[in-house]
Design a protein around this ligand. Structure first.
Ligand SMILES: [Ca+2]
Length: 173
């Protein structure tokens, strides 16, 4: 092989090696990153008896789709397996929602789908602690100590109904 050709071959090798691994850090073995486990595309599912056909709109990674609740109606997201959840974020079409001991939106976590514990994201005190809690007209988010969770249940209460756009639940994996 002539020198010029071997140089081109070497450059091509370097470029292909770089191109194969630069875009997605999560693909590097041993390197963990925050992962949204509440996604249809990751095997999660959402179910409700009210507007059941639209339930998966809550976890479809699409901000143009939503599930419309009704007071007293709940939606349950199942990650498919127990995950160590470190943050929860729920977005909705703009509408006020009271938080406190009797919140308009109750958010609860469970490992088995029968025993649920409320997040302080909605009840503020007495539930699963949030190390950081933010609420707005469209967003409720809570960061928390890692907690084993498979199911998140969201219930509209007090005569209120909401259009819930997306639920995000991050785990490090
Ligand atoms: Ca959506």
């Amino acid at each position: 092989m002539k020198p010029a050709l071997s140089l081109i071959a070497a450059l091509a090798f370097v470029l292909s090696a770089c191109g194969g691994s630069s875009s997605d850090s999560s693909s590097i073995p041993g390197l963990k990153s925050d992962t949204n486990v509440a996604l249809l595309s990751r095997g999660a599912s959402a179910s409700s008896s009210h507007n059941s056909s639209d339930a998966n709109n809550l976890i479809d990674d699409n901000n143009n789709t939503y599930w419309t609740s009704a007071s007293g109606q709940k939606i349950v997201v199942d990650f498919g397996s127990v995950e160590k959840i470190k943050s929860i974020k729920l977005t909705r079409q703009a509408a006020s929602a009271a938080i406190g001991s009797n919140p308009d939106i109750l958010i609860e976590l469970s490992t088995n789908g029968s025993n649920y514990t409320a997040s302080n994201l909605s009840v503020v005190t007495g539930g699963i602690a949030c190390t950081n809690l933010t609420t707005s007209i469209t967003t409720m988010s809570c960061t928390m100590a890692e907690r084993d969770t498979r199911y998140i249940r969201i219930t509209s209460q007090n005569g209120k109904a909401y259009d819930f756009i997306e639920l995000e639940a991050l785990a490090t994996k």
